[in-house]
Design a protein around this ligand. Structure first.
Ligand SMILES: [Fe+2]
Length: 278
């Protein structure tokens, strides 16, 4: 199976959420996540170094799309040809965040994924924490994995299996050297589970947590360390209830085979309490 998405070096470039009050979310992210908010069509574009969020009016916790950037324009074409060959009916997608030629595909749960090549940006200052991964809830994890791995060429990094029935509960998939760019949890719903910013180091994560503390925003999980990905984590929630992760030390993968983990508390947090999704 050709790892087309991995060859393209696809990374999480931006995330578009819908909200009943997009202005409130834009202001929250601008202040809390050290970003700059500007009007963007009928919604808001909020940017910081390596992190970009779009908020438009719509359902609470709704996904507009994920924007996956790739290494160059040829990679956009390679992925588009792959998507066409696999019968995914890619559609051209116009956005000022990507150069012409960006396209969208819709996964089996109705999540819209856009692949494109981002034009060069002016450097933006701020605390380190590029947008790094997005995870989903799904009721059909095999179908979800088949779409990203078998049809787009993501690679499986780790799988979490429930015993005694062997049911797959979580799959972490990568599209570059980072342990996961997309993850999926078996749950009794569909939609986004959380999105994550990679602070890189513990000390930077501490700066983020101090920033949250200054704003009286409580961590609602962590700090802890995940088993799969071995990353440090701390979670907060935005005013709409979207779950935000600050991560550090996420595993970088070159060539190891996929690992299997047991579905238990310790897999989600080597340090302490967990939030098993199902
Ligand atoms: Fe995460």
């Amino acid at each position: 199976m050709t790892l087309t998405a991995v060859k393209a070096g696809a990374f999480t470039h931006h995330l578009h959420h819908t909200s009943p009050d997009p202005e409130r979310l834009a202001k929250f992210y601008a202040d809390t996540m050290e970003m700059t908010a500007e009007k963007h069509g009928a919604g808001w574009l909020v940017r910081g170094p390596g992190r970009r969020m779009i908020f438009t009016k719509g359902a609470v916790n709704g996904l507009g799309h994920i924007g996956m950037g790739v290494r160059d324009k040829e990679s956009v074409l390679d992925l588009k040809v792959r998507a066409e060959t696999e019968g995914l009916s890619p559609k051209l997608f116009g956005t000022e965040l990507f150069s012409a030629g960006a396209f969208s595909v819709t996964d089996p749960d109705g999540n819209l994924i856009v692949f494109g090549h981002a034009p060069e940006e002016k450097p933006v200052k701020g605390v380190r924490g590029p947008l790094q991964h997005v995870t989903f809830a799904t009721q059909d994890i095999a179908r979800f994995q088949a779409f990203y791995v078998d049809k787009l060429g993501f690679a499986v990094s780790d799988t979490v299996i429930r015993q005694p029935d062997g049911k797959v509960m979580t799959v972490f998939m990568r599209s570059n050297h980072e342990h996961h760019t997309i993850g999926v949890f078996f749950q009794n719903r569909t939609g986004v589970d959380h999105h994550s910013y990679e602070a890189g180091e513990w000390g930077v994560m501490k700066d983020w947590c101090d920033r949250f503390g200054d704003r009286h925003i409580k961590l609602d999980w962590g700090p802890g360390r995940h088993g799969p990905g071995n990353n440090l984590f701390a979670f907060i929630t935005d005013p709409d209830g979207n779950w935000i992760e600050i991560s550090a030390e996420l595993e970088i993968i070159y060539d190891r085979p996929a690992k299997v983990w047991p579905h238990e508390e310790r897999t989600l947090n080597l340090w302490g309490m967990s939030k098993l999704r199902a």
